[in-house]
Design a protein around this ligand. Structure first.
Ligand SMILES: *Cc1c(COP(=O)(O)O)cnc(C)c1O
Length: 370
């Protein structure tokens, strides 16, 4: 222990930015125990498709070379699919990196970045790293964004608004109507980032779809990723589509050459194999809806999710229930005092989850916890 403390004290004299030194260190979800299930990071439970692995293997033969700085071949593919020009597409090392780039491009010390809360746990840290200030607007009681409160919270200092649909970790969508009304209230000087990391899992026709709004708003950028539906979380690749001037600014704040040819090749191969991948996404969405029905039948107050996870808003019981799930081999993502996010894994994990929760719900109801 003394050794660990001494290790932590090394470098104590070095002057760091205090707000950075105060950030909580990143703690990844615990690995799943033997025979258990890792349901803590919204990963795709399916193994990569053979064609994608082959593309990665082929790309490995070129790793002595730097990648194409802008991944043009991939951007052209994406541009074609979304009916935009390749200049209106930017790729990054996951859409988390793109979020960081846009925030850095628009918000400096003294500026505000506005988002709903609870939402994606990466947002607060990215804003702090940019030196800007987070303004968090509480979710509605139904766990969706309160867009009226968000537009009311825009000030002279607001530079960026992040809208996450479906929202991580609650799974609740922003509807197209809500989004349209919201955009009508947002000044064109404020950048709106529509984070659609889970877009492919959406089955509710009322949900906002950034891909249909690309020519509508001069201050809107849509962010998507290959990490979730396409199962490439380990390769770090995502993309943004929006006005060229905004993308150029985000390019300027990126660390150059981050997107490897290996990742770009895997993304292109995934687009080639899209039909097959989307069958898996269908299966996950169907499994999610089935799980939701089971949990609601068990009286858990679970909001309808349109992503590849469900949200258990358990308040003070969060840690206790997460521990019980962990003991049964299910690694989930608890947010202490708030709730547990559980990713949709393979069929066995969903069955196990509903079986365990069924045994827990009865005492909770009888002692009036809900
Ligand atoms: C997973 C996720 C992302 C993107 O992750 P990357 O792996 O960096 O592409 C972005 N936004 C939200 C809300 C997410 O949950």
């Amino acid at each position: 222990m003394a050794f660990v403390n001494a290790q932590n004290q090394r470098g104590a004299e070095v002057r760091l930015r205090p707000e950075i030194a105060a950030l909580p260190p990143y703690r990844q979800g615990r690995p799943a125990p033997e025979g258990g299930h890792k349901l803590s990071s919204n990963e795709n439970p399916y193994d990569p498709l053979p064609g994608v692995v082959e593309a990665v293997t082929r790309a490995a033969h070129g790793i002595n070379r730097y990648p194409d700085a802008t991944a043009l071949a991939l951007r052209e593919r994406l541009a074609q699919r979304y009916g935009v020009t390749a200049d209106e597409v930017i790729v990054g090392t996951g859409s988390v990196s793109l979020l960081a780039q846009f925030i850095l491009a628009a918000a400096a010390p003294g500026d505000e970045v506005l988002y709903s809360w609870r939402s994606f746990e990466a947002y607060p840290g990215l804003v702090t790293v940019a030196g800007a200030t987070s303004v968090q607007v509480p979710n509605r009681p139904d766990h969706g964004h309160d867009l009226d409160a968000m537009s009311a919270a825009i000030t002279e200092r607001t530079r960026v608004v992040i809208v996450c649909s479906p929202n991580n970790p609650t799974g609740v969508i922003v509807t197209a109507d809500e989004f349209e009304r919201f955009m009508a209230q947002v000044p064109e000087s404020v950048l709106v980032l529509l984070d659609e990391a889970y877009a492919e899992f959406v089955r509710d026709g009322a949900a906002v779809d950034g891909s249909k709004l690309l020519d509508r708003y001069p201050n809107l950028v849509m962010l998507r990723t290959f990490s979730k539906a396409y199962g490439l979380a380990g390769l770090r690749i995502g993309y943004a589509i929006g006005p060229v001037r905004l993308l150029d600014a985000a390019r300027s704040t990126a660390i150059p050459l981050g997107v490897t040819e290996t990742a770009a090749a895997a993304a292109r191969a995934s687009l080639d194999a899209e039909a097959e991948l989307l069958v898996r996404v269908d299966e996950l969405a169907e499994r999610r809806d089935r799980l939701h029905t089971m949990l609601v039948d068990q009286s858990w107050p679970v909001p309808a999710s349109q992503a590849n996870f469900v949200w258990l808003p358990l308040g003070d019981r969060t840690i206790e229930v997460a521990e019980q799930l962990f003991d049964a081999g299910l690694v989930t993502r608890p947010f202490p005092g708030d709730g547990i996010r559980v990713s949709i894994g393979d069929e066995a994990s969903v069955t196990k989850l509903s079986t365990i929760l069924e045994t827990l719900v009865a005492p909770a109801q009888s002692d009036g916890m809900y």
